[in-house]
Each structure stands twice: as C-alpha cells, then as structure tokens.
Ligand binder design. Sequence first.
Ligand code: TYD
Length: 204
Amino acid sequence: MKGLFITFEGIEGCGKTTQAELLADYFRQQGREVLLTREPGGPKISESIRKILLSKDNYEMLPETEMLLYMASRSQHTGEWIIPAIESGKDVISDRYYDSSIAYQGTARKIERNIIDIIIKYATFGLRPDLTFLIDLPVEKGLSRLKIGHIDRLEQESLEFHNKVREGFLKIAESEKKRYIVIDGNKTVEGIHKIIIKKVREYI
Ligand code: TYD
C-alpha cells in the first residue's frame, strides 16, 4: 500500500517545522515508516541548490532564476526521494512543497500563475499532497520569532513581501478546501498538534 504525502506550509516563523517533527514522531509511535523532509532540500543535489537559493551573497538573483531553482530542487527531491518513499509504503512529511512556490514566487514575486502551474506539474511528475496544513500567523509575529544573525535571503524581504506570501497561502487554501487545513498559529504547540492528529486519523 502507498504511503501518505503530507505537507506543511506557512510564513517564516509560523511553527510548521515543529509540527512536522511532532507528526513524524506520532506516525513512528503508531509503527508507521516515515520520511521527514523539507524544501528546498532533501537529497544532495537539492541541498546544493538550497545553498544557492538562501545565500545572501546572491542578492542579484532574478525572480525567474529563483523560481526555476526551487523547481529544479523540487524535481530532484520528488524523483529521488519522495515518490520512491510513497511507493514503498512510507508516509512522507515535507516542510514546504510546491504551494510555497505559488505563494512566494507567484503571489509575492508576481510570476504568472499559469507559468508556475505548468512548471510545478513538470517538476513534481504530477504528484500532489494528500493533505496540507497551513499554519497561519500574522507576519509580524512570525518574523519576530526568527533568530537574528541567521536571517537568509528570503527572510530579509520586507513586511509587505511576507504579507503577500501569507495572502497567497490563504488564497490557495480557499480554493482547495479538501486538501487544505488552515490552523491558527497563535494556538499552543500542543493545541495545534492535537488538531493535526485528529485530521490525520481520518486518513490512517
Ligand atoms: P527555510 O530556512 O527552510 O525556511 P522555513 O523554515 O521558513 O521553511 O528557507 C526556505 C525559504 O525558501 C523560505 O523563505 C521560503 C522559501 N521558499 C520559496 O520562496 N519558494 C519555494 O518553493 C520554497 C519551497 C521555499
């Protein structure tokens, strides 16, 4: 039997990484095999592309280059890790996936949605998450949680940029109600985890 594919999305500092880890722990306690991964990143080639994307030295990167690099990283990640894991029955939990490209490169960087959609389909081999959790939080609150001194190229963007990203995610969630669960990121870590478990139990 195929594994589940679950993704976590949201603005910087929303708490999705903690929740992805907690969900992976829960699955393992249930005796399920899990691949916990993240984007941009995963296999060696995707991690190399991640370094290029997040380096502050690359301030001159064009939106088009940025979008294609995220997609290149995703393509390798999906083909080398995610699809083989799902096929072998493992559940895959990814901290960000293609919705981040729609929100960051589409809504915030203003790359046309139809171009992004076509490249997503190509880069993911048509794979779609079974379930996506959006941890929604006001941008000021999310950014205030970031560690000063470790701010990357995307994190250093303006408040306006991050507000567009948030808006972008909420719009996707609105148009894909079956796949998306929006959770208020102001709730406690434990409270959010409980909501996630309740939803996931419908699928296992
Ligand atoms: P990361 O350090 O993993 O941040 P976070 O903990 O918030 O996920 O950095 C990933 C950055 O890349 C983050 O700013 C979001 C951005 N991003 C995109 O712009 N497009 C994408 O398709 C993906 C996957 C991430």
